[in-house]
Every structure is written in C-alpha cells, then in structure tokens.
Design a protein around this ligand. Structure first.
Ligand code: FAD
Length: 565
C-alpha cells in the first residue's frame, strides 16, 4: 500500500507514524510545503518571549529522523497543488518550481489552517505585519524585532494565539497593546470568567482595547475604531491573530465535499466524500457531542486523535468516533486559565436549559505557601444536573480542575457523580473538599432549590436599583471595602440580629466568597424567611467582575474599595 500525507505537523506526522506502527510494508510519503515538519506549533509564541531560547528546538523531528526511525519519506518545501482522484495521483510543486506526480492508494489530508489576513484593513501588506503559524513565521518576527529595535507591538485578536503572543512580546520587553473586536478576549470563556484575565493583562502593563475594529496599519501604528471613537496607537510591529481559515482549497478543487465555511466534511472514519481520501485536523468539520452539531476545533490533541483514527481505519482497524467536547488552557502572566465543554453562553445559545455554580475557594490549604483562590464555574443542565462545561482562572492549578470535569463530561457525568468523585488530596496540592467537589455541592444546592442565587453580572443592577443587600463579613472586612448601600450584619452576630432582616422584599446576601453567606441563607430559610438570595461569587467575584470595566471605561464603581485578597 502506498500512502501519501499532505501536511507534516500535528495531524500529518501522527497519521504517518501510526500507519508505520501498524504496517511495516506500506510506503509512506509526507509532503510539507514549509521548511519543517513535526514542529511544536503550540510552543511558537514562547520563542518570541525567550522561554524557548533556540529556534531550532521548536523542531521536534527532522526528515532524516523520520526516515531512520520510521522509514517514512518526508519531502519538505513540497506543496501538493492538485489531486487527480480518477487517476489517484497528486501533483507536487517543489521550492524550485518543478512539478511532478505521485500516485497513491490512500491519501491523507492534514493541511491545517491559514491565519486570516483581512484584506479590508489598509496597509495589511506592510513589512511590519506578521502572522504566527510556523517556525519560519516566528523566526521572521524575532529577526525583525532585533533589526528595527522594536519597542512597541500591537496584537490584533485576543484568542489563544493572540494572548500568548502578547504575553511573550511583553516578556521580551516590548510595550504591547491588544485590539480585540469582541467585548472580551478568549471567546470560549464566559464574559464573567474572562474579567480576571482582562485584569491580569492590565496589571502587567498590556493595553487591552476591546470592541476595537482595526481599519488601517500605518507606517508607525495601528488605527482602529472603539465605541465609535477613532484611535491610533504606536506599533513597530503588528501581529495579526484574528483567527484561521481551513486550508481546504486543495480538497475543494478536487471536488471533495466541504461545508459552508469551507471545512472538509468527513464521516465517522475521517474519510472525505472520496473513500480513498481521509482528512484530519484543523481543516475538517468535526462533531460537537455536547452541542449535538457539527463544528470545528483548532486544537492539537483532537488533530492527533483524528490522525490515529484515520490511520487505524486505513489499516483495517475500527475506532469509536465520539466527537469533541473542546478542552483548552492557557497562561496569562501569573494566571492559569482553562475551559472545557460548553460555556454558559454556548449552552444558552443552543437552547439547552442550564444553571451555573460559581465558587472562589482556596486552591490549596490556605496555610500552604502560594495558596490563592481559584475562580471556578461549572455549567450544568436543568433539570438533570448533567455537567456541560467548566471554566477556571487563578494562580493555582486551574488546568487539573478543568481536566477532571473534561473526564466527567466524556462519561456523561452529573453533579452527583462529581460530588462523589474521590480526588487526591494533600494540603500542598488542594483541599480535602476539592474545588470541583465544592462546585458540585453548590450546583446541587441550586438544582434542588436549596439556594436561590443571582450572579455577579446582576449585582450592579441590584446596587443601582437600591436592592436590600446584606454583607455578612466581619466589620473589619466591610470597612476595607464593600458594596455601596450594603448593610453589614456579620455572620458572628447574625443569629442575634436576624430580626433586622426584612421579610417583605428580596434580600441578597454575600460574604467574601459565598460560603458564609450560604450559612446565613440557611439560617434565614430555616427560620422562615423565603426571600433570601445568595450572590454567587460574593465580594471577591464582584470585584473581579467589575474592576476592568470600571478602570478602562472610567465607570462609577459599585464598591467603596476593591478587594482581591
Ligand atoms: C501559535 C500556535 C499556538 C497553538 N497552541 C496550541 C495549544 O496550546 N494547544 C492546542 O491544543 N493547540 C494549539 N494550537 C493549534 C494546533 O497547533 C493545531 O490545532 C494543530 O497543529 C492542527 O494540526 P493540523 O495537522 O491540522 O495542522 P498543522 O499542524 O498546522 O499542519 C498543517 C501543515 O500542512 C502544511 N500544508 C498545508 N497545505 C499543504 C499542501 N498543499 N502541501 C503540503 N503541505 C501543506 C502546512 O504548511 C502545515 O505545516 C496552536 C497553534 C498555533 C499556530
């Protein structure tokens, strides 16, 4: 069997190596139009910041290593420019412009995605404008930074790649601004969860312009519109990170079926509309098992799993295609952020009835060095309690907590499963009741109707409308910063002062992180009050939610002072 592979990185290299493990006899050739195969796309931004000091260490395998280890032939700087499906051949163009044909029994397309460069932006072809997709790209950026002595950079787009590039350019000593078209960065996260990330960028000197539409790249900067105001910021360097589009033109030209957004359609076995041609990775449409709909996902793990599945099918094995749930993570300076499954907004947009549990517990026993709170949001289906998604941000191990939820989602777990989930504990790593277990308990209180709640996003409206809010923290905490208009009845005095709590109007309770306010709520409900509502996330959550918009919009704060401790 002769197998040709188009694209030699995450999907292509994985498929080729798997086929070799299953079939010693097959002839396998990888075509890669770039200079390198099997490089670490995900580590590219870290070369810009010096975390990965050497350019060559980004390349994980050379063509020579592929040949000697796996007997796989790799042809770099060789672009596959057409497919003749009837003759079962591809045409390849070399860097020198020569063209030749190569026949196949099976063809695997793993061409990835191309960074989007909006032609509507004036000056998009200027020499200081870059994208980040491969080793050559980051090499060019570093060379340019050094050559011109770059001091300022604008990153357009606040997705994973944009944020990682911005952080690394900042670590390289540049003054960095991010211009993002939406009202938040990192769209897989909910608006409430991303505010902590916005603050972290601000605290680290990165200027973040949200709802900003870039119109022009000038000789010295970037022009954009934000809230109908024209702005221009200086930029020696501009990195466009506004998304990717599937590299599917080869497939389309060969008449393979694609969807409206040009992603290649594949079946359960990753076969395209031609059964002898498979496709995997960023270029394909894949199934979102939570949303029960086709979507697409530009992540390395799924690309490698798809590649293995396609290789298995070529070699006569079966596999179980379960679609994707979407799990990802990133670091933003001192913060770790991770998400899996559906966000609250994505679940609601799909018409799935859902609720959330939002907790801010300590990520390890608070006596332990480096202990800090973790903002953790769990999204679950109503009325079943099935877990739909989770997001976490914090200085501690956000990724491990979200991975726990990813595993549970993959097994259709619900809140009761998560409550009972037995996880590792030692004080240096976590708390006996892990953040994830705690979120399940809060979620069950909500699900079973034991704890009416409002979210941090609703608090501004409550304060502005003069709602009755009780702060149950101790007087010293209240004095250090509180919600404007909130009445202080500390938990330690609550039982004696309970008659001060009105019965004829909704009463909203909060403390620092919602634990004490939950105790107060239980007391009230136990003694006949039916009008008490917990503010999920409490004062810490409110401060994190409000801060960035207050500072950047010059908005009147609803707190007398912020407290992030
Ligand atoms: C900067 C950056 C950071 C990332 N960080 C993460 C991360 O932290 N976590 C994560 O999960 N994912 C991350 N990703 C995404 C991840 O790298 C991709 O989802 C994954 O590489 C997709 O695999 P693929 O095989 O589909 O495409 P790729 O790995 O992009 O490989 C496609 C290759 O095909 C080649 N090619 C295209 N057309 C042809 C042709 N006609 N002929 C020959 N060769 C061709 C291209 O040159 C390219 O090298 C990141 C991506 C980037 C760019």
């Amino acid at each position: 069997m002769k197998i040709l592979v188009v694209g030699g990185v995450a999907g292509g290299a994985s498929a080729a190596a798997r086929i070799r493990r299953l079939d010693e006899e097959a002839r396998i050739i990888i075509f890669e139009r770039g200079e390198h195969v099997s490089y670490s796309n995900c580590a590219l931004p870290y070369y810009l910041g010096g975390v990965v000091p050497k350019r060559e260490s980004l390349v994980l395998m050379t063509p020579e290593a592929f040949k000697s280890r796996h007997d796989i032939e790799v042809r770099t700087q060789s672009e596959v420019i057409s497919i003749d499906r009837a003759a079962k051949t591809v045409t390849v163009r070399t860097a020198g412009g020569e063209e030749y044909r190569e026949s196949y029994d099976k063809l695997i397309l793993a061409p990835g995605a191309d960074p989007v460069l909006p032609r509507s932006i004036k000056g998009i072809d200027r020499k200081q404008v870059f994208t980040v997709r491969n080793v050559t790209d980051v090499g060019k950026i570093r060379d340019y930074m050094d050559a011109v002595g770059a001091k300022t950079a604008v990153v357009t787009g606040g997705g994973f790649i944009g944020i990682e590039v911005a952080e690394n350019l900042s670590k390289a000593g540049l003054h960095v601004s991010i211009v993002e078209g939406l009202e938040q960065i990192m769209s897989p996260f909910d608006y409430d969860m991303v505010q902590y990330l916005h603050k972290e960028l601000l605290d680290n000197g990165v200027d973040l312009y949200l709802s900003g539409m870039v119109s022009e790249i000038t000789e010295k900067g970037v022009r954009f519109t934000q809230n109908e105001e024209e702005k221009e910021i200086p930029a020696d360097l501009v990195v466009m990170c506004v998304g990717v589009s599937p590299a599917s033109s080869l497939a389309q030209a060969a008449g393979l079926e694609t969807n409206q957004r040009r992603f290649i359609r594949v079946n359960h076995n990753y076969q395209t509309s031609d059964p002898d041609i498979y496709a995997v990775g960023d270029a394909i449409e894949s199934y979102n098992r939570l949303g029960c709909a086709y979507g697409n996902l530009a992540l390395a793990g799924p690309a490698q799993r798809q590649a293995r599945a396609a290789a298995d099918h070529i070699c006569g094995r079966t596999h179980n295609n379960r679609g994707y749930i979407g799990s990802s993570c990133l670091q933003v300076f001192g913060l770790n952020a991770a998400c899996t499954g559906l966000s609250e907004k994505a679940a609601k947009a799909r018409g799935i009835p859902c609720e959330i549990a939002y907790v801010l517990p300590s990520d390890k026993v608070s006596l332990m060095p480096g202990s800090s709170y973790l903002a953790f949001k769990l999204v679950f289906e109503l009325p079943t309690g099935r877990i739909l998604g989770a997001q976490a941000t914090g200085r501690g191990d956000a990724v491990r907590r979200v991975d726990v939820i990813a595993a549970l989602i993959s097994m259709n777990g619900d809140l009761e499963d998560l409550k009972e989930l037995e996880l590792c504990y030692a004080p240096i790593y976590g708390t006996a009741k892990d953040v994830t277990n705690l979120a399940a308990l809060v979620g069950l209180n909500v699900l079973y109707g034991d704890m009416p709640q409002v979210h941090v996003s609703e608090v501004r409206g409550l304060v502005e409308s003069g709602a009755y809010i009780i702060d149950v923290r101790e007087p010293g905490e209240y004095a250090a910063g509180h919600l404007k208009g909130a009445v202080n009845i500390p938990l330690s005095q609550f039982r004696n002062r309970i008659e001060e709590v009105p019965r004829d109007r909704p009463v909203y309770l909060h403390c620092r992180s919602s634990q004490r306010s939950y105790y107060a709520l239980c007391e009230l409900r136990g003694r006949g009050w039916r009008n008490a509502v917990n503010i999920s996330g409490s004062f810490l959550g409110i401060c994190l939610y409000e801060y960035f918009n207050d500072v950047t919009r010059g908005r009147e704060p609803i707190v007398t002072a912020y407290n992030f401790n």
